[in-house]
Design a protein around this ligand. Structure first.
Ligand code: GLV
Length: 306
């Protein structure tokens, strides 16, 4: 039997790490799969469905991403899919959110802009204790991001389907409480995945509910927000700035206003990358669990979509 490997980046590091962790396994770098029938596991960010369909004895897919929409496309075999829940990735995503929220809240760009003119003046800003940070999506990543802000003295709101109880966090639950969550957050950080329930969740009406002069940071999925309504909300609605690490599609089409809008900052899906050292261990542990007849974690729930 063999394991097919197709990471998004750092293939050599991945191969070396997996050889160390799974010394008795044959690990094959996709697409060089000589014997499709021998494939037991796939460890990948993505793989063409035709290839997946040719692995007749595939037991499970170990995904190298937190989001799992790519494994729910028509034609992907319905074997168990294990998502990646890596605290190291959550930490990195927290640094992305901290950077952008703080940069905008502290108004650092105003300081930078005056340097060429040799101006030494202190631009004003709202202090942390009065800047409410809303985390849209409160799974493991959302909870980690929330903690980063709580620890620095920001009032934090969390929105999820079912709410929760977290020290320092005001929880909002379900669509009924979404508008209040948005209205009470000066920065909204989205970490929601792409599912049927989140598609277009931030439509024109919801974007109009954002707090005056607020900031939207999207490091979840682009499908969650109606991008033309977002541009409207920046031009004539309550939004001051949008920082988008994810768009729909990625990258935005050539004539998308997102590329040139003065209040939009784009980054190319870099908020959280898969960390080989920690992720390879999680993947190897999950393979061991499956082989021992135990449940791997976290298993994609196809009904829920993540
Ligand atoms: C990245 O977007 C991921 O899903 O891990």
């Amino acid at each position: 039997m063999s394991i097919v490997l197709n990471p998004y980046a750092r293939p050599d590091e991945w191969m070396a790490a997996l050889h160390r962790l799974l010394p008795d396994d044959e690990i094959v770098a996709w697409p060089d799969v000589a014997d499709p029938d021998a494939v037991e596991f796939v460890i990948a960010w993505r793989l063409p469905r035709a290839d997946l369909q040719s692995y007749a004895n595939l037991r499970a897919i170990l995904s190298l991403g937190a989001g799992a929409e790519q494994w729910q496309q028509p034609g992907v075999p319905e074997v168990p899919v294990v998502r990646l829940a890596d605290p190291a990735m959550s930490d990195e995503m927290a640094t992305y959110a901290l950077h952008w929220v703080i940069r905008l809240q502290r108004n650092f760009d105003a300081s930078i802009a005056q340097q060429p003119a040799k101006v030494w003046e202190q631009p004003g800003y709202v202090q942390a204790g009065s800047h409410r940070v809303g985390i849209l999506g409160f799974g493991t990543i959302g909870a980690r991001v929330a903690k980063a802000f709580v620890d620095l003295g920001y009032p934090v709101n969390g929105w999820s389907r079912s709410g929760g109880e977290t020290e320092g966090v005001t929880h909002y639950a379900g669509t009924d409480e979404l508008d209040a969550f948005l209205a009470n957050s000066d920065s909204v950080v989205n970490v929601l995945p792409s599912t049927a329930a989140t598609a277009g969740l931030l439509n024109a009406e919801r974007l109009a509910s954002f707090a005056p002069n607020s900031v939207f940071v999207n490091m979840g999925r682009g499908t969650v927000v109606d991008e033309s309504a977002l541009v409207e909300a920046l031009d004539s609605g309550p939004l001051r700035a949008a920082v988008l690490d994810v768009t729909d599609p990625e990258p935005p089409v050539d004539n998308s206003p997102l590329w040139t809008h003065p209040a939009v900052t784009l980054t190319p899906h870099v908020a959280g990358s898969t960390q080989v050292a920690s992720a390879s261990k999680l993947v190897a542990d999950n393979i061991a669990r499956i082989r021992a007849g135990e449940a791997p974690f976290p298993l994609l729930d196809r009904a829920r979509g993540y």
